[in-house]
Design a binder for this molecule. Sequence first.
Ligand SMILES: Cc1cc2nc3c(=O)[nH]c(=O)nc-3n(C[C@H](O)[C@H](O)[C@H](O)COP(=O)(O)OP(=O)(O)OC[C@H]3O[C@@H](n4cnc5c(N)ncnc54)[C@H](O)[C@@H]3O)c2cc1C
Length: 400
Amino acid sequence: MDFSVSPETQKLLARVREFVSQELYPIEAIDQGKSFRELIPLLHEKRELLRKQGMWLPQVPREHGGMGLGFLEHAMVSEELGKSPYGHYVFGAQAPDAGNIEILIEFGTAEQQQCWLQPLLAGEIRSCFSMTEPGRPGSNPVWMDTSAVREGGDYVINGHKWFTTAADGAAFAIVMAVTDPDAPPHKRASQIIVPTDAPGFQLVRNIPCMGHEGDDWLSHGEVKYENVRVPVANCIGAEGAGFAIAQARLGAGRIHHCMRWIGIAERSLDLLCRHAATREIAPGEVLASRQTVQNWIAESRAEIDAARLMVLNAAWKIDKVGTRDARIEISTIKFCTAKAMLDTVDRAIQVHGSLGISDDTVLQNFYRNERSARIYDGPDEVHKRVVARQMLKSYGYDLR
Ligand SMILES: Cc1cc2nc3c(=O)[nH]c(=O)nc-3n(C[C@H](O)[C@H](O)[C@H](O)COP(=O)(O)OP(=O)(O)OC[C@H]3O[C@@H](n4cnc5c(N)ncnc54)[C@H](O)[C@@H]3O)c2cc1C
């Protein structure tokens, strides 16, 4: 296992760190009370600045206009980007577009790539990924109601989805729909491109979450598909390969999310320490003099470092043996990193007192938007079951 960082990567990380702290942290002082749409002109100005510096799409191969970083390098960049709520968006590495870009590069036809991938790479459009349904458990993704029925050269799609992140303003959705209800569970569904201006596509609402409705990229949509008709050519990969494609994007997606969370944890710990070292709780006595605070600092330091090493180890293992054989590592980092991040954000808020609850620091943003880390991409309990199942197999117990 080799996590050494080349001098070039160190230089790149320093450039990214500087850009994020100098150009993106200041946005936090003006974003309160503003919709995401109101911030877009400013965020796109930052994108232009970035592109002039040759930093755009860190996760995308060079032949597609990206920076062509390796898996581990991009994981490290992702940590730096995670320190600002706008890092991934400004660099073009935001979910769900990053995952959709990856799918279209790997599985898209030439026509799909020209029509959807090219403008996505250029940052001219956005996309969304529409799988979870209100009436079915997202934690059991093979059980879904949305159907795509062939009629001539078209699919006719009917279904009800929700938590389709960034559906508001997206040009297209990649929809997971059942194309063969009689096939084995993992071969029933396909991923199908649906333009959001197709008749029958209806964004019902942006679902208010933690008191915020959100908008544009920063939103989670409830979407109805009512007799939406798209050409069969919009199916990505083979019909019935929806889950296999979802699995293929899983490993990389998990690493990027986890490293983003480590960035959030690092930023929160930095804010915690700064506040603890300066906030006087009695004349001449700062918070950092209290052992409870010292314990929190030490615990967060240890938990973040442990999580980072686990994530890098998982990335290394995916590179060596592929996603399937790295299942334990992929599931372990999901719940461990989410916990390390959320515990650190919570400690940082506690140390800030009422200031931590206020909108005057970025901590409330992390607290509000990142609690979901323990739910999306598989809830904690599902990942713990995956780990236990794999572990128990070698003891002769098959956890079905
Ligand atoms: C912020 C956010 C963004 C999202 N973005 C998207 C998106 O872009 N596209 C999309 O399609 N979906 C998205 N989702 C949906 C997400 O993938 C699902 O919420 C997730 O898969 C869980 O499904 P569920 O909400 O239906 O919960 P359920 O499946 O109903 O589970 C509810 C709870 O039950 C428990 N549980 C479930 N299974 C087990 C088990 N086997 N053992 C023990 N306990 C269990 C867990 O605690 C879980 O939290 C997003 C969700 C959030 C919160």
